[in-house]
Write a protein that binds this ligand. Structure first.
Ligand code: ZN
Length: 323
């Protein structure tokens, strides 16, 4: 999953009473918003950046109080720079709302159940070899090119599935065309989930974790297949899936795990504040983020020593004709 950068999120504490000339210029997009645990508000609009503001400012913006917005030059500038004003050049789309119907709720519960069963299956029957030993898996002989090709196809297919799950659980299927065009331009899988910040806690956590949940389901399916026909292709596909799941727990990178944690702690600015302005965070937030960063670094070391280095070493031996 990708998210629109939140680096432009700004706190607005002071209302500056500045007369602003351009009152006609102030047409706001539809604002999506939510009050956070700490009493501040999250504001969002189509193709905008997420803003975190205090209650007073939030109400001014939500009520589209033109007079006060144009009076406050700083606020006006921030809304303008972060994409909250209607721009003639861009068509405006409504933001996907949080579905409140039973079908959506049943889908969420269904995914939770299938995910829970998959985790159980992996815990009961998963092999520790997958975690501790990557070397035995890859046969370095003529078959390797075929296996690489299968691995790449599998990666592409499961990435599409992963992103598709984000689309469904963020109620964003309608925008699939736009998403695809952005994805092609950036040549990377990209589903924006920023709009779910204004949803209820369960729905936003489901939207951000739907991808990794389906990855874990796929991994458990591979495990079952492996019990029937134990061959190296299935083992390699399991390793690919396993590594992609582990990768998501790199909380210090832009991963689903990081956004999950931000949404759980209900603070979209926690990462930026942790790096630049730590004293605005609560002790709990600082501790939680510190632990998350340590876990992320441990995962980097694990990937380096248990996967990257052994594979590089084996490749060098292979090139040297020693295998
Ligand atoms: Zn994702």
């Amino acid at each position: 999953m990708g998210m629109v950068s939140q680096t432009n999120g700004k706190y607005l504490d002071i209302m500056i009473e500045n007369k602003f000339k351009d009152t006609d210029d102030c047409a706001l997009k539809d604002i999506s918003y939510r009050e956070m645990k700490n009493g501040e508000y999250i504001l969002y609009a189509d193709r905008a950046e997420l803003l975190v503001v205090n209650r007073e400012v939030a109400l001014t913006v939500i009520e589209k109080d033109k007079i006060n917005i144009t009076k406050n030059k700083k606020l006006f500038e921030i809304l303008k720079n972060n994409g909250f004003l209607i721009d003639e050049h861009n068509e405006i789309n409504g933001l996907p709302k949080e579905p409140k119907n039973n079908i959506f709720r049943m889908l969420q519960i269904f995914l939770m159940v299938v995910f829970g069963l998959s985790v159980l299956l992996l815990l009961l029957y998963g092999s520790q070899k997958l975690i501790w030993n990557s070397l035995y898996i890859v046969p370095f002989d003529r078959r390797i090119f075929g296996l690489i090709l299968i691995g790449i196809s599998f990666s592409v297919g499961t990435t599409i599935l992963h992103e598709f799950m984000h689309l469904i659980f963020s109620n964003n299927i309608k925008n699939i065309k736009r998403m695809l065009s952005i994805s092609l331009k950036k040549s990377t899988a990209y589903v924006s989930l920023t709009h779910v910040w204004t949803w209820s806690v369960f729905s936003r956590l489901m939207a951000v974790s739907a991808g990794i949940m389906i990855d874990i389901v796929v991994l458990s399916i591979l495990l079952v297949i492996g019990k029937v026909l134990n061959n190296e292709i299935e083992t390699i596909l399991m390793s690919i899936m396993f590594l992609r799941i582990i990768w998501q727990f790199g909380f210090h990178r832009k991963t689903d795990g990081k956004y999950f944690l931000m949404m759980l702690l209900d603070n979209p600015l926690i990462d930026i504040d942790y790096k630049t302005n730590r004293n605005v965070l609560t002790k709990k937030e600082v501790l939680a983020w510190r632990i998350a960063c340590v876990i992320g670094k441990i995962i980097d070391l694990y990937l380096l020593f248990f996967w990257i280095m052994p594979i590089v070493y084996k490749t060098i031996l292979w090139i040297g004709g020693r295998i």
